[in-house]
Design a protein around this ligand. Structure first.
Ligand code: GDP
Ligand code: MG
Length: 162
């Protein structure tokens, strides 16, 4: 059992998922969490906060030169966000598949943005775009004590372990 547990952790991939202020205001927190839960991913960290400007700028630093950057920072700081760490097989890529492409107009029905959004500046949810950025964003939004180490008893029904 210990061997299996360690192997699971060795393969574990994590991503940073955040319900943006519009998703919180529209009452979609439960809906968004449900989609990740039902898919088979594991919630490893969860908290709510109101983001300040410096943190929003750090989170989106790769986009600092874009014309929409000031509006983006204002949007992210405009109300509470729900911050999450999700873990599981290929969760970075699959998480972005659950979310849908950046512009909700183009996002496929069945994705979060495709089902609930209409504009790129109000696209409801963030998901890390790489394993490296996932680690960077988790470290930015969560303190070292704030992630929860646990393994669901259901794991063998989600993952083929050997
Ligand atoms: P994501 O990874 O799909 O969230 O997209 P990006 O990393 O390219 O952009 C980050 C966020 O900036 C998006 O989720 C949008 O909220 C916002 N954004 C991106 N492109 C545009 C744009 O052209 N106009 C506006 N207003 N916001 C944008
Ligand atoms: Mg991005």
């Amino acid at each position: 059992a210990e061997g299996k547990r360690l192997r699971l952790q060795a393969h574990a991939e994590s991503t940073y998922i955040m319900v943006k202020p519009d998703g919180v205001q529209r009452g979609l927190v439960g809906e968004i969490i449900s989609r990740f839960e039902r898919k088979g991913y594991t919630l490893k960290g969860l908290q709510m906060c109101i983001c300040d400007k410096a943190k929003a700028e750090e989170h989106y630093k790769d986009l600092a030169g874009k014309p929409f950057f000031p509006n983006l920072v204002e949007y992210i700081c405009s109300g509470p966000v729900v911050c999450m760490i999700w873990e599981g097989t290929d969760v970075v890529k699959a998480g972005r598949n659950l979310i849908g492409v950046t512009n909700p107009t183009d996002a496929a029905p069945g994705t979060i943005r495709g089902d609930f959004g209409v504009e790129v500046g109000r696209n409801l949810v963030h998901g890390s775009d790489s394993i490296e950025n996932g680690a960077r964003e988790i470290a930015l939004w969560f303190g070292s004590e704030e992630a929860v180490e646990w393994e669901p008893t259901m794991t063998p029904w989600i993952k083929e372990l050997n």
